[in-house]
Design a protein around this ligand. Structure first.
Ligand code: AHR
Length: 310
């Protein structure tokens, strides 16, 4: 074995380290920041070189990032699609270049599911359903609800609304009386909730707010307090994500329930990509992450348990 041969082999070994591009939505919420942090950790554990692109919540930036990852010859792409539609052509380019694409935390609308390898997401319809059922129990099936929707056109906004509406449909005295997007941000949630409060007799006519994510729920809590009302009592607050700030709010009696969304989407995706690349194992098309309801009863303990993860 010549010195040159050893160097060539070392070169090959180095070149074999997996390079993965991650087209990430942005940093609109605490949950999103935790997902990015967990992705870095999982990549480190799996010895993957992860290149992250922050799209600042713009689909055009994610499309550019995918094209750039394909041009760089990456071994795989993780895509958290900001909205559900408009992916076919760029995903066709990735497929033609034989780059497997894994969807993270959001689904896409496409007539050709071969355009992506697998999706790692929760059942976002179920999340809406679970929190709707929880609110029905809390209010004895009678409630005037205001809804803070997530990013318009995103799969969790569409699906959480659908699941929630399905859950309350059985109860004629539960009604969504106002609904608007707060774009999954804390400031968006606060601003929209302020306008709902104004329109609903200073908030007196609102029984509960359903926020499509915890950050908007926390923004709503601020708006309710500033209006001189008690969140969690005068106006109930329910949402989805399970971030530490929401557990803190529940422990303080200011919120009434959340459905946890695991921030570890990249871990299962990288494992599946490694198995695909190393021995051709085809992943399940939908790698489903669990959805768990949490209530104020266990919030203080849950807060302590998960704060270090964030
Ligand atoms: O796609 C997941 C959603 O995106 C989370 O619920 C929300 O916090 C984030 O912005």
């Amino acid at each position: 074995v010549t010195a040159l041969g050893i160097m060539a082999a070392a070169g090959t070994a180095q070149a074999a380290e997996m390079v993965v591009g991650f087209a990430q939505v942005g940093s609109e919420s605490g949950w999103r920041a935790a997902e990015t942090k967990t992705a870095k950790l999982r990549a480190h554990q799996d010895k993957v070189n992860l290149r992250i692109s922050d799209a600042q919540q713009k689909q055009e930036n994610e499309i550019k990032a995918i094209r750039s990852f394909v041009a760089q010859g990456v071994d795989g792409i993780l895509l958290a699609p900001v909205v559900a539609t408009g992916w076919d052509s760029v995903l066709r380019e990735a497929r033609d270049a034989k780059v497997p694409v894994f969807l993270l935390d959001r689904q896409i609308d496409t007539s050709d599911p071969t355009l992506y390898t697998a999706a790692v997401t929760s059942d976002t319809v179920l999340e809406g359903h679970m929190i709707g059922d929880h609110l029905a129990k809390l209010t004895n099936n009678k409630c005037r609800i205001v809804e803070l929707q997530g990013t318009v056109g995103s799969s969790p906004a569409i699906n959480r609304k659908k699941g929630f509406e399905e859950a309350i449909a059985a109860h004629p005295d539960m009604k969504i009386v106002r609904s608007q997007s707060g774009d999954f941000t804390r400031s968006g949630g606060k601003t929209v909730m302020e306008s709902f409060i104004k329109a609903e007799d200073g908030g007196k006519n609102i029984c509960a707010v359903f926020a499509h994510n915890d950050d908007m729920g926390i923004g709503a809590i601020q708006a309710i307090k500033e209006a001189g009302l008690k969140p969690g009592k005068d106006i109930l607050v329910v949402s989805i994500d399970g971030v530490p700030d929401m557990f803190k709010a529940m422990a303080n009696g200011e919120a009434n329930g959340t459905v946890e969304l695991s921030p570890d989407m990249a871990g299962p995706a990288l494992k599946a990509l490694i198995a695909l690349k190393s021995n051709g194992t085809e992943p399940q098309k939908w790698i489903k992450t669990p959805s768990t309801l949490y209530t104020p009863a266990t919030a203080a303990a849950e807060y302590k348990r998960r704060a270090p993860l964030y």
